[in-house]
Design a protein around this ligand. Structure first.
Ligand SMILES: NC(=O)c1ccc[n+]([C@@H]2O[C@H](COP(=O)([O-])OP(=O)(O)OC[C@H]3O[C@@H](n4cnc5c(N)ncnc54)[C@H](OP(=O)(O)O)[C@@H]3O)[C@@H](O)[C@H]2O)c1
Length: 255
């Protein structure tokens, strides 16, 4: 049994992870910006944690006590062309998806390093390796997250801390439907929107995703990158095999 702190556990993937890990007998610390949103989430402890707020992060770890595994899940997405996406939105996305994840890792690492054990888990995406049209700011935040995770993996293994990155394609959590949209019908990029669906892989369910993560946490082998779902695995394999002298376009595109 591990003590596992999850960010963004109020709904979607984070909530599914709390449910699956609690069901397996782990000691879950469920966190969210608004602790009342955690009502009904199975957990040993429910704690307020906003990944963009250093004081909130520090308070949460003081309250949580020793943590074996951090699952950095909180995140959001934006649908907009890179030409016109407001830079304030790009900054907001990085503050949440990228710097927020690093902030919580920084908060938990001292105790893991001193103990000589621990695991940092990052919920990335196929978009941590693949750029998708009209979701470019999100892809950028996840590419940066993967660089941070890989850097952390290299730096912290010396202290007995493992790092894992999970890369789902689409997950039927409702998360992508909550994207902030900066694209209207008059936009010159609007026709591209009709083709973006081809990039979206067949969704895995939240339960399927949570099972993959929970199985990985209980396994002896700790692979660094873990694609989740057949479609995501195929997309990532295609990316790996693609020549680097052209942008990788993950689906047929008439543009
Ligand atoms: N859905 C997909 O298709 C998909 C695919 C690949 C990867 N992912 C990744 O999976 C993760 C979860 O996505 P999801 O689909 O479950 O999205 P979701 O249903 O919208 O859930 C996002 C979670 O993040 C929390 N959150 C937002 N801002 C926060 C902040 N500042 N501090 C702490 N928590 C915050 C939300 O809580 P409150 O708003 O209640 O505070 C919510 O619990 C994200 O990292 C996402 O990029 C999703």
């Amino acid at each position: 049994m591990s003590r596992i702190l999850i960010t963004g556990a109020s709904r979607g993937i984070g909530r599914g992870l709390a449910e699956e890990l609690s069901r397996r007998g782990h000691d879950v610390v469920a966190t969210a910006r608004d602790v009342s949103a955690l009502e009904g989430v199975p957990a040993e402890l429910r704690v307020q944690l906003d990944v963009t707020d250093p004081a909130s992060v520090n308070r949460a770890f003081a309250e949580a006590g020793p943590v074996d595994v951090l699952i950095s899940n909180a995140g959001a997405t934006v649908r907009a062309p890179l030409e016109t996406v407001p830079l304030t939105e790009v900054a907001r996305l990085f503050e949440l998806n990228t710097f927020g994840a690093l902030r919580v890792a920084q908060a938990v690492l001292p105790q893991m390093r001193e103990r000589g054990s621990g695991r940092l888990v990052f919920v990335s995406s196929v978009q941590g390796r693949i750029a998708m049209p009209l979701i470019g700011p999100y892809s950028a935040s996840k590419w940066a997250l993967e660089a941070i995770a890989e850097g952390l993996a290299i730096e912290t293994r010396h202290f007995g801390v493992d790092v894992q990155v999970f890369q789902p394609g689409a997950v039927s959590s409702g998360g992508s439907e909550r994207a902030s949209v900066f694209l209207d019908e008059d936009d010159p990029y609007f026709p591209l929107l009709g083709q973006v669906g081809g990039f979206r892989t067949t969704p895995v369910t939240v339960e399927e995703f949570a099972t993959v993560v929970a199985d990985a946490l209980e396994a002896d082998h700790v692979p660094f990158r873990v694609p989740v779902g057949e479609a995501a695995t195929a997309q990532l394999r295609a990316r790996k095999l693609a020549p680097e002298d052209a942008p990788f376009v993950a689906a047929p595109l008439d543009w």
